[in-house]
Design a protein around this ligand. Structure first.
Ligand SMILES: [Zn+2]
Length: 208
């Protein structure tokens, strides 16, 4: 699986040109058909999508290429789950969030539990990449819980990475192309949470 931008034409061109890398061995990926169409639920509508599939020239592994506003094995898009994560980090319970989003309690509880289970790992991952992109940024503000700090770290990466071209082609000091950054959380989620974070900071600075 590889998460890329939402511009299908640009992704197709990148695949054809060999500019997307295999998550397993970093060799070039090539187009390899499409996945079965499935529904993706957004905040105000649902859309049907078929994802591009790719194959690695070196190891022959196949990978679904997923646009960054979608999450693997989740029926709901990033903008929906982003709302839930933000609400939870602000103290709302899963039933209230489920009611606000018009989703089943069990679905929302599943998102939050999974994120909470991986909170430390996510915070570390996104913090590391934020520093890799901008070593002098000073945007972290620990909030007293692992969940909040993980949400904050994703948002910080969204802010730090804002306006940059994805994927990049240079090798990083972490031994894998920065193009693989979105594969563990998506830049769209980072952008969404980054916007939320900026709003919260503006509210705080304004004394709200
Ligand atoms: Zn490979």
């Amino acid at each position: 699986m590889l998460i890329v931008g939402i511009d299908a034409a640009a992704v197709e061109a990148a695949l054809i040109d060999g500019r997307l890398s295999c998550p397993g061995c970093a060799s070039d990926l090539r187009p390899w058909g499409h996945s079965v169409e499935r529904e993706v639920r957004l905040l105000d509508r649902s859309v049907d999508r078929r994802f591009r599939r790719s194959i690695c020239r070196a190891c022959a592994a196949t990978h679904v290429v997923i646009p960054e506003d979608t999450l693997l094995r989740r029926c709901d898009g990033v903008e929906v789950i982003g709302v839930a994560l933000t609400a939870k980090s602000k103290g709302k319970g899963h039933r209230r969030i489920a009611r606000d989003l018009d989703r089943p309690d069990s679905t929302v509880r599943g998102w939050l539990r999974r994120f909470a289970f991986m909170a430390d790992e996510l915070r570390e991952h996104f913090t590391r990449w934020a520093h890799a992109i901008d070593p002098v940024h000073d945007r972290l503000s620990p909030g007293g819980s692992a969940f909040f700090d993980a949400v904050d770290a994703v948002g910080v990466l969204g802010i730090v990475g804002c306006g940059r071209d994805w994927p990049w082609s240079d090798e990083s000091e972490y031994g894998q192309p920065p193009a693989q950054i979105p594969a563990c959380g998506t830049t769209a989620l980072g952008s969404y949470l980054g916007c939320e974070r900026r709003s919260a900071r503006q509210d705080r600075d304004a004394g709200c």
